[in-house]
Design a protein. Structure first.
Length: 153
């Protein structure tokens, strides 16, 4: 089963941490439906625009998995509404290109420039909620080993 033309179910639910800890990272029907929406509204337009493979570093996470990796208690990954993308893995396009394309062309709830430098994020987090998007653009950074967010300018 595929989530979308360019995302397999296995890719969307895969986690090294889940595998190592024996966590079943399986979405329920509602979460799976939301994943299909994120893939359709965000990932596929991005993939089709650039025309190159784009690595997904994290998509769905169960509550147990999210806790194991130290994810936010309010993570939209748990709902099936968020995806982390890392274009650098294949080297065809940059994370900055992905970030800017989403920001300038797509509907989204949150778009986060995840760490990295002022020139290039380490990865891009994007979420989508059907009909309820805040269009919030943030930049993640560390301050005394605490993750913080500020509005992206």
């Amino acid at each position: 089963m595929d989530i979308s033309p360019h995302i397999s179910y296995e890719e969307a639910t895969y986690s090294d941490t889940a595998k190592r800890l024996g966590i079943d990272n399986i979405p329920n029907f509602e979460q799976l439906c939301k994943m299909v929406i994120v893939a359709t509204k965000v990932f596929e337009p991005l993939r089709n625009y650039f025309g190159v493979p784009i690595h997904i570093s994290s998509f769905f996470r169960t509550i147990e998995l999210n806790k194991a990796i130290g994810g936010s208690k309010t993570s939209q990954h748990v709902l099936g509404e968020a995806i982390d993308i890392d274009a650098d893995k294949y080297g065809k396009i940059t994370n900055k290109q992905i970030f800017n394309f989403i920001k300038d062309n797509l509907e989204f709830d949150q778009l986060i420039w995840e760490f990295g430098t002022n020139d290039e994020p380490n990865w891009v987090h994007v979420s989508f909620k059907e009909g309820k998007n805040r269009h919030q653009v943030l930049k993640a950074y560390r301050d005394n080993n605490h993750i913080k967010y500020k509005l992206y300018k």
